[in-house]
Design a protein around this ligand. Structure first.
Ligand SMILES: [Zn+2]
Length: 309
C-alpha cells in the first residue's frame, strides 16, 4: 500500500463513497456523516471491459466494514446529460455504458456522476479553500487545463448539459497546435505539461532555487502570466468571489503568483482581481466532491457541511 492510501475504517457505521475516475489514476474515498475522510485508496485506472466490476470491488475494499450509503463519481472528460461518460481517449473502458446503473445493480445503492472538474470544485466549495464562497472558479493545472464554475453553489453548464471546456480559450503565444483543432489554446501554455516543457523537465529543481536564481524566477513568472491569460478572461465573464487552483502545478503557486498578478492587473474601475489560493484538499478534491454530490442527490444521506444557500 502506498503512503497516499489509508486503511479502511474499522468501526462500521455508514459511509458515502466518492470516486475520482481519472485517465491515469482512480481515487476512492469513504466519508463519514461528518464529512471526515475515513479511508482512501488510489489505483491505476482499469483499462479493460471489466473496469466497472473492478471499481465495485475497490469501493467495497475502501468502505471496509462500513455500509455504503451512496456512491458519487467524478469522471475525466465529457459526461452527457444522461450521465454517460464520452471519453474515448482516456476512459474508453467506462465510456458509452450505463456506469451508474451497473454500480447501482452491483452495490445496491444510489450512484451519481459528474465531470471531474465540477466534482473538484464542489469538494473545495464544501470542505476546502472555497468553503465560504458561493461563486467559485476552479482551474485545474494538470495534464491539460480543466475549468469549472459554481454560481450560487451550482455548476454552470452549457446548453447541452456539459461543463465549459475552457482550457481551449484562445490566448496569445500558444506554442503548439492543440488536439482540439485550434492553434491558440490556453492549456498549451498553462497546463502542468506546459510548465514542465518550459523548465525542460526541471520544475521541482528550479522551484528550489527560484528564490535567488533570476533565470529560474523568470520562468515561473512567465508561466504565471500564461495562467493569468485564461484566468483573466474567466474572471471578466463570471466575476466569482474565489479562485482555486488545483492539479499538479498548483503547488508552485507561490513561485508563479507574481506573474499571475501581472497578467490580472488592470486599470482602476476594470479590476478583476479576486482572492485565489491552492486547493486545500490536494489531490482528493475530486473524490471528496463526488461524495458530496452523491449525498446531495440522495435524500436519505446527509453529510454535515456549510450550506451555500
Ligand atoms: Zn484546444
Amino acid at each position: 500500500m502506498s503512503p497516499s492510501n489509508q486503511p479502511p475504517p474499522q468501526r462500521g457505521g455508514q459511509v458515502v463513497i466518492g470516486v475520482d475516475l481519472g485517465g491515469t489514476g482512480t481515487r476512492v474515498v469513504a466519508l463519514d456523516s461528518r464529512g471526515e475522510v475515513r479511508a482512501h485508496q488510489t489505483v491505476r485506472t482499469p483499462r479493460t471491459a471489466s473496469g466497472p466490476g473492478v471499481l465495485a470491488e475497490l469501493i467495497r475494499a475502501v468502505a471496509g466494514d462500513a455500509a455504503v450509503a451512496a456512491v458519487g463519481i467524478g469522471a475525466s472528460g465529457p459526461v452527457d446529460a444522461r450521465g454517460v461518460i464520452r471519453n474515448d481517449d482516456t476512459l474508453a473502458a467506462f465510456s458509452h455504458i450505463p456506469l451508474t446503473g451497473l454500480l447501482e445493480a452491483e452495490l445496491g445503492v444510489p450512484c451519481a456522476i459528474e465531470n471531474d472538474a465540477v466534482a473538484a470544485a464542489i469538494g473545495e466549495a464544501t470542505y476546502g479553500a472555497a468553503k465560504d464562497s458561493a461563486d467559485v472558479l476552479m482551474v485545474t493545472l494538470g495534464t491539460g487545463v480543466g475549468v469549472s464554475v459554481l454560481l450560487g453553489g451550482r455548476p454552470f453548464r452549457a446548453a447541452d448539459g456539459t461543463h465549459p471546456e475552457a482550457g481551449h480559450i484562445p490566448v496569445p503565444g500558444a506554442p503548439a497546435a492543440c488536439y482540439c483543432g485550434l492553434a491558440t489554446c490556453w492549456e498549451q501554455l498553462a497546463s502542468r505539461t506546459a510548465l514542465d516543457r518550459l523548465t525542460q523537465g526541471r520544475t521541482a529543481e528550479l522551484a528550489g532555487i527560484a528564490g535567488y536564481d533570476n533565470d529560474a524566477a523568470a520562468l515561473f513568472r512567465q508561466y504565471g502570466e500564461s495562467v493569468g491569460f485564461g484566468t483573466s478572461a474567466l474572471l471578466t465573464i463570471f466575476k466569482p468571489d474565489r479562485v482555486v487552483f488545483g492539479g499538479g502545478a498548483a503547488a508552485y503557486l507561490p513561485h508563479f503568483a507574481s506573474g499571475l498578478d501581472t497578467a490580472l492587473h488592470r486599470a482602476g474601475g476594470f479590476d478583476v482581481s479576486t482572492p485565489y489560493s491552492e486547493a486545500a484538499l490536494g489531490d482528493l478534491s475530486g473524490a471528496i466532491g463526488a461524495a458530496v454530490l452523491a449525498s446531495d442527490t440522495t435524500p436519505a444521506v446527509t453529510l454535515t457541511h456549510t450550506s451555500k444557500k
